[in-house]
Design a protein around this ligand. Sequence first.
Ligand code: GLN
Length: 199
Amino acid sequence: MAAPATPLIGVLALQGDVREHLTALAQASAEARPVRRPEELAAVDGLVIPGGESTTMSKLAHLFGMMQPLRERVAAGMPVYGSCAGLIMLAEKILDPRSGQETVGGIDMIVRRNAFGRQNESFEASVDLAGVAGGPVEGVFIRAPWVESVGAQVEVLAEYGGHIVAVRQGNAMATSFHPELTGDHRVHGLFADMVRADR
Ligand code: GLN
């Protein structure tokens, strides 16, 4: 019998806008559930790391015993998508980390936190995203990071204002902005397709 077509996608639920991603995934025809523990991580086909605060997320990942399992699964090629703080979590290197702040890694890039300004400088912008058909996506940028530089294996999916804001390396994808806050689920659809293709 053919494998079921609905991929099971987790949303890392330590901190951040977990519910919005669960909703966006459901509307992109994926089955979605929160992931807090190693056993829950082991059960999913792919993972979204939400927006929030990467310093807090990094601390909680250690507290919940999730940092090592996350690193292992991402290194083993599990499809993963990070938005905003999630992008920071997927970076190999942060230019301006808080002391003790660690990342999961997976994308050979250097990121700058809060690069687009502080909370009151949050904004929305249309972004042309490679791999997403049907015109630009509306990106919500909230104290958003940008990508300073990428390694040769990294595909740049989008730039905004002269800065890299979306990238992909193999099965890992990340955006500086939050597509989950817009009601447009094409980015989650693209990620669900990546997870389907990987199964
Ligand atoms: N500035 C936050 C951080 O460093 C990210 C903000 C966000 O996810 N909206 O993690």
